[in-house]
Ligand binder design. Structure first.
Ligand code: SAH
Length: 358
């Protein structure tokens, strides 16, 4: 578990599995059943003082030995259009990250952040502008789900790791978070209701395939050729389109889980008829019939620091139609919460800039 930048030597109890909480209890001379009580309270977002079935003495002991890294709500925005809620969190060291709570007909889903900032450098993305400050602890990822659920008073049944950060660049903490959030004694969110999105860290994809977690993998492809992909996504210089698509096939073959390819449409750059044809040919060449291909088209959300423009509705429709004609399925992502800067990274930047007086 990452311990960088911790403020003190207290035990990060919220990042622990039930058996580890038991060990901790044993270590402070408490019976095992206390661990179950504490675990339940923590996963409901309670502070030590509010754990009412523990003695006052035990609560004091816990405060002295352990710390709960829940994120605190710094700001909250509710979309007047569709009820989407965006949280700006403050972490223990003053860092800010974001989550977005979304309502779907199949249940409530939250999009969470995995790092404070990001070092992947994608040209169109707001989260990477200030680089990566640090990895989030498992407790801080879990805390986003717990605290949003507590604040909303509604169960969250799905999670997408598509907020600030590259989840496979914080691999161990993310794996621990996934197992914690799936724990039946905690939030008990099914792996099939969890999606992890990556910009294409091939070593991480191969590792993930061996974990045996039936989560959904989203691959941020965004460009059909190495020339264009390297221009907008520096990660392509390390693992190119061919390596990424071949890793995706390996992932599917090992896990049996379909992959969703994310393709952000940028006007005049990758949304042309030629772009669609190149995408189809890359998919045919490196994937062929080895797995079903699903492309999720996302009109780029323009950020003020970069001059990318979203594609016209008509070019998106034509792009999707071309893919469908060539045997793939394509969906166009619905934009939720357009009135509250709902795509991630935008609020964090605003907050950082206003602190720096810019
Ligand atoms: N690092 C991971 C997850 C976070 S980004 C990844 O790259 O997949 C989540 C998704 O939003 C990615 O597909 C990313 O490419 C996309 N994205 C980032 N900035 C965007 C923007 N301005 N408009 C549209 N999509 C964007």
């Amino acid at each position: 578990m990452t311990t960088e930048n911790r403020t003190n030597e207290k035990t990060d109890l919220l990042s622990m599995f039930p058996c580890e909480v038991e060990d901790f209890c044993r270590g402070i001379g408490e019976p095992r059943f206390r661990a179950g009580q504490i675990f339940k309270w923590m996963h409901a977002g309670e502070e030590f003082d509010g754990m009412s079935n523990l003695s006052k003495a035990l609560r004091e002991k816990l405060k002295e030995k352990a710390v709960l890294y829940y994120p605190k709500i710094a700001e909250k925005f509710v979309s007047q259009k569709d009820g989407t809620v965006k949280y700006l969190w403050e972490l223990y060291d003053g860092q800010n990250v974001e989550s977005v709570f979304m309502r779907y007909h199949h249940g409530n889903t939250i999009c969470i952040s995995t790092q404070a900032g990001c070092r992947m450098g994608c040209a169109f993305c707001a989260s990477t502008l200030g680089g990566r400050v640090r990895n989030l602890l498992p407790a801080e990822m879990l805390g986003q789900v717990i605290m949003a659920q507590r604040d909303m008073g509604e169960r969250i049944s799905g999670i997408v790791l598509m907020g600030i950060g590259e989840p496979l660049d914080n691999y161990d903490n993310v794996m621990r978070f996934l197992r914690l959030v799936n724990d039946p004694a905690g939030l008990n969110i099914g792996y099939r209701h969890i999606s992890l999105s990556t910009c294409g860290l091939v070593d991480g994809i191969d590792r993930l395939a061996d974990e045996g977690l039936p989560i959904t993998l989203s691959v941020s492809l965004h460009a059909p050729t190495d020339a264009l992909r390297s221009e907008i996504m520096p990660v392509n210089n390390k693992w190119n389109v061919e390596q990424l698509l071949r890793a995706s096939v390996r992932y599917f073959e090992k896990t049996g889980r379909r992959i969703s390819f994310e393709y952000t449409l940028i006007a005049g750059k990758n949304d042309t008829r030629e772009g669609a044809a190149l995408l189809v040919s890359a998919m045919k060449q490196y994937i062929g019939r080895k797995m079903p291909i699903h492309i999720n088209l996302i009109p780029v959300n323009p950020i003020k620091e970069r001059d990318f423009e979203a594609s016209e509705k008509e070019s998106i429709r034509r792009f999707a139609e071309y893919l469908e004609k060539n045997g793939m399925t394509a969906t166009v992502r619905r934009t939720l919460g357009p009135d509250i800067n709902a795509s991630c990274g935008q609020l964090r930047n605003k907050e950082n800039q206003s602190r720096m007086g810019t």
